[in-house]
Structures are given as structure tokens and as C-alpha cells.
Design a protein around this ligand. Structure first.
Ligand SMILES: Cc1cc2nc3c(=O)[nH]c(=O)nc-3n(C[C@H](O)[C@H](O)[C@H](O)COP(=O)(O)OP(=O)(O)OC[C@H]3O[C@@H](n4cnc5c(N)ncnc54)[C@H](O)[C@@H]3O)c2cc1C
Length: 259
């Protein structure tokens, strides 16, 4: 069974985030790391591969060449090889362009199962997997907190406001996993040393047969027009609970005409 895992390099959690005022994009030039929930997706892929006793886990990413550092972390966890789509013409790709490029790379791989993390910690779209599944015309299970692959189908358990949904889809399928699905393993020293030697392909847009106009800002359908700081918080009042806390809250709500 071939499992593709889409992983993204995001700015390190400890780094101060800065918006480039010229491009109105997040400045991603600093230290990067593997998007946290993508490590859960990698872990799940490794468990499925190892439980079946055969197969391959391929990492697929779009980003600058330095994204290879994060891909190596996932290779050190145990993934078999990595494919990075990297091209100067892809810079500035929005969700629409990003989904087109990733879908093309995934089409080329023809995996039985495509895993995503639920959400990237920098852009927080939580939607790329839906766009990619639609482009590939594959069924999609999102927010998966449990996953089983059996008899040519994948079953995902998904937490909802009122309980769980259990969704079954025939393979090939796309699944976005929640961070509650597992605890990602730490790469071993052997894994870290071995990662460097694993196959890491860097593909340009031309390698994928994608015209430059379909990527980057020209291939994007959205444009950031303006950015501003969040508005300052309004008036706040602290109520001490001296045994009449509930009454005070009701008085406050009445005063504000909220009840
Ligand atoms: C106008 C505009 C310009 C932009 N310019 C840039 C830019 O120059 N550089 C840039 O990096 N981003 C840029 N972005 C952001 C980029 O479009 C998003 O990062 C991308 O659409 C994915 O959305 P997300 O990060 O919200 O991912 P989500 O939808 O939150 O991600 C869900 C999951 O999708 C997978 N995933 C997300 N991104 C990737 C990826 N690149 N490769 C592989 N898997 C992935 C991961 O598994 C992740 O957990 C731009 C956005 C806009 C609107």
C-alpha cells in the first residue's frame, strides 16, 4: 500500500511572526519546522504501513528548498522518501494555486491513501485537503481522530459537537487527521542518520508539466488587499465573587441589555 503524506514547513513556533509589508505575506525566511499536526499524519502513515507489513510512505510538499530540513525530520521518523515541489514561480501561491500544484504531484504518485494534517499553524486555512480531494475527485474524511484501513476501504472516526461520526470511504481516498489521533514518535539517532541517505526529489513546475501562469501570484485567485492590527479590547470589568457572583453577572447582562 502506498501512502502519500502532505507536509508543510511552517515558521518555528518560537519565532516572532512578521508580515512583509511589501508583499503582505508572512515572512517565512526564518527558522522553519514541520507543521505539528503533519507529524501526526506521518505517524499514522507509518503505523498503517507497519501494520500491513509492506508498502511505502512518501512525503509530498510544496515550498522553498529549505523545506527539505523539515522533510528530513519526517524521513527520520521513518517515511521512505520525499518529494518537494520547489520553484521560484510558485512563490505567492494562494490556496487555489497550492492545491493545483499538490494535486498534480499527488496524481503522479498515484497513492492508495493521501494523508494531511488538519491545519497548518501559519496560515490556518484548514481547507487545503478539501481542495486537493476535489481536484483529484477522491472521497475525503476530515478531522479523523481514529483511522483503520481494511478491505480496500478507510474508516475514520471524527469527533463532532454531539459525539462521533464514523465514515467509511473506498480507497483511494484523502484523509485529514486531527492531532488527537496519535502521539508522534521522536526520531531515533539511527533514523536521523539514515534520513540523509533517503531519496529526496526536488521537482520544478516544468518537471510536473505545470505552466508558470498556473502558479504563484498569477495562478492565484485571491489577493491580500490590506492588513491591520486587531482592534483594541473594549471596556472590561472584573467582578469579585463574594457569594453574589451570579447576581452580579445577571445585573451586568441586564445593564448591557443582553438578557
Ligand atoms: C495571496 C496569498 C499569497 C500567499 N503566498 C504564500 C507564499 O508565498 N508562500 C507560502 O508558503 N504560502 C503562501 N500563502 C499561503 C498558502 O496559500 C497556504 O499556506 C496554502 O494555501 C495552504 O493553506 P494553509 O497553510 O492554510 O493550510 P491548511 O489548509 O491549514 O493545511 C492543511 C494541511 O495541508 C497540508 N499542507 C498545507 N500546505 C502545504 C504545502 N505547502 N505542502 C504540502 N502540504 C501542505 C498539511 O498537511 C496541512 O496540515 C499565500 C496565501 C495567499 C492568500
Amino acid at each position: 500500500m502506498k501512502i502519500a503524506v502532505c507536509v508543510k514547513q511552517v515558521p518555528d513556533a518560537a519565532a516572532t511572526k512578521r508580515i512583509d509589508p511589501g508583499t503582505k505575506r508572512l515572512d517565512r525566511s526564518g527558522e522553519g519546522s514541520l507543521n505539528p499536526v503533519d507529524a501526526n499524519a506521518v505517524e499514522e502513515a507509518l503505523r498503517i504501513r507497519d501494520a500491513s507489513g509492506e508498502g511505502e510512505v512518501v512525503l509530498v510538499s510544496l515550498g522553498p528548498e529549505k523545506a527539505l530540513d523539515s522533510l528530513r525530520k519526517a524521513l527520520a521518523m521513518g517515511a521512505d522518501r520525499a518529494l518537494l515541489v520547489s520553484d521560484p514561480d510558485a512563490a505567492g501561491s494562494d490556496l487555489v494555486a497550492t492545491s493545483a500544484l499538490l494535486a498534480k504531484a499527488l496524481e503522479r504518485e498515484g497513492a492508495d491513501l493521501v494523508l494531511f494534517g488538519q491545519q497548518a499553524s501559519d496560515s490556518d486555512g484548514a481547507v487545503l485537503w478539501a481542495a486537493v480531494a476535489d481536484r483529484l475527485r477522491l472521497p475525503l474524511i476530515s478531522q479523523a481522530a481514529e483511522l483503520t484501513v481494511e478491505g480496500g476501504a478507510v474508516t475514520g472516526k471524527r469527533q463532532t459537537e454531539f459525539g462521533y461520526d464514523v465514515i467509511r470511504a473506498p480507497l483511494p481516498a484523502v484523509v485529514a487527521v486531527a492531532d488527537s489521533i496519535n502521539e508522534p514518535r521522536y526520531p531515533s539517532l539511527k533514523g536521523i542518520m539514515g534520513a540523509k541517505k533517503k531519496q529526496q526529489d526536488v521537482l520544478s513546475l516544468a518537471d510536473l508539466g505545470i505552466e508558470p501562469e498556473r502558479a504563484g501570484t498569477t495562478g492565484s485567485r485571491t489577493e491580500v488587499l490590506a492588513l491591520s492590527d486587531p482592534p483594541p479590547r473594549g471596556e472590561t470589568r472584573k467582578l469579585e465573587d463574594d457569594g453574589t457572583g451570579a447576581e452580579k453577572i445577571v445585573e451586568f447582562l441586564v445593564e448591557k441589555r443582553l438578557v
